[in-house]
Design a protein around this ligand. Sequence first.
Ligand code: 13P
Length: 254
Amino acid sequence: MRARTKIVAGNWKMNKTVAEAASLVEKLQKQLASFSGCEVVLCPPFTALASVAKLLKSTPQIRLGAQNLHPAPKGAFTGEISASMLREVGCQFVIVGHSERRRYFGETDAFLREKLLAAVSAGLHPIFCVGEDLPDREAGRWPDHLRSQLQGVLHALPLPVLSEIVLAYEPVWAIGTGRNATPEQAQEAHALLRQELERLHGQSIASRLTLQYGGSVTPQNARELLAQPDVDGLLVGGASLEAESFTSILLSVE
Ligand code: 13P
């Protein structure tokens, strides 16, 4: 089972060529040479995974993650990548259920559940994302939305699967908008997620899972977000694309 350690991950989304990825990783390796404040995960696009994995061999404290996987072990799924392919190339993490995948590629709860199971059985830690959109936030329906996303995917999952998951709260209205959830809003949502995990799976697992916040995280707001008792880490998009901003976010981990 994963320990509830602090973890900051960079989701590069559809950015960085192989050459650009190498240049970013080399800068991070220099700046983070003596960093040990938390687990660090980089999630480049598929095309850069192999070359980033090679570079990270010299700094195993920086781990590799993918942004997506297909649940089938292999077969006729043009354009898709399996969990064991990700393991083979050196990934330890994989993002599952990012709101961009749900929205642009129609990923459903049932499909995400299959992905979680496939990821864990191949030895990957899924970073499973949930989060409400703006209308649900404004109408005060966000708690129901988060509960239903958790229940829809995680209900009756075996504990050995659940215990490998990192849960990321990413309010859709905060992603790429420059409008982050306030530390109080993040804490309130994380506390609710932990409460719902406890209801679904018991106190022991709920208190041991790592909960990340994502959505317009910057060097300016990272420290305050991380200071919240139920915020165990960050999932960073835009600010993970430059070594300076990502490093400065990492250095705000206590
Ligand atoms: P931004 O940090 O660019 O808002 O993206 C957040 C995100 O979607 C990380 O997965």
